[in-house]
Design a protein around this ligand. Sequence first.
Ligand SMILES: O=C(O)CCC(=O)C(=O)O
Ligand SMILES: [Fe+2]
Length: 312
Amino acid sequence: MTRQHTRSDVDTWQQEGAVLMRSLLTPTEVADVVTDFHHLYGEHLEAARMLRPVDLKSSENIGQFTREQFLHFDDMPFNASKAINLIGLHPALIAFAKDALGCEHVRLYQSHTWAKFTGEIDYDQLFHCDFKNHTLTVPADEFALQTVNFMIYFTEITDAHGAIHYVPHSESDPITGRDRAMFPSEAHQQALHRVERSGAGPAGSVFAYGIDVFHRGTNLTAPAGHRFTLTASYHAAANEMIGWSAWPYWFRKPWHHIIDNATPEQLACIGIPLPGDTFWTTRTIARNKERWPSWQSEPYVAALRGQADPGV
Ligand SMILES: O=C(O)CCC(=O)C(=O)O
Ligand SMILES: [Fe+2]
């Protein structure tokens, strides 16, 4: 397992609901994905250079969610190279998710790119917990049934570049209690605002949080500033309560970037059985190869050789 986190990162995530891991990705990994971000959002970057910052609200004002905040937002897979398509499946993220949830197998259930530009809209949001569109129930008490939601930074994110703000559980519990609301009351919003922390960090940093921690997006005020992030959200393989959309729903999108280049473990995270799974027979391997001609089927074939082939 490719661990790039410490035990203390996992402890912080479990106890406080969020942890910032600075510079988890290498500069080369970041640069390759930034090239893809420019490919996807470059034209908006040019246009946004002409915009002036949206006026800052007074710090007493509570932000809001608007559709325009999500203008430059896309679900995996992405129309660029394998770099941006594989980064949400980075082995270090998978390793953290396994340790945090305390399980052997995890699934990636959501991944999207999000580009924000100074002056395009006020990105300031109110405090919320994300569980409304990740589950039809509520956040679990048990770690194994929770989610690990990564936000990966591909630009340096200072407070002037719309860093996510959040409130660790030990600070929010005395204000709201442990039954955290999806959208806290106005009085709680003001109180949370007074103790909020910034998730600011350099490119390559990863903010890991969950659907049960108060946080909010903040506005971009740096002149001609922009912010590129990619999210990757995981749940334990056996946890069917959590979802976003089923991957095959996006069958028209460029899955070959992932299928042709991911390791069996990365593919398992999107629901493709591991080599040796009873799903794989001579026939299913051949049919899958026909569907994805550049899929690396060797490990699946090799695992089959070591056992009786139920497809024969
Ligand atoms: O982009 C961010 O910094 C946070 C956004 C957010 O929390 C949300 O849209 O639910
Ligand atoms: Fe959120």
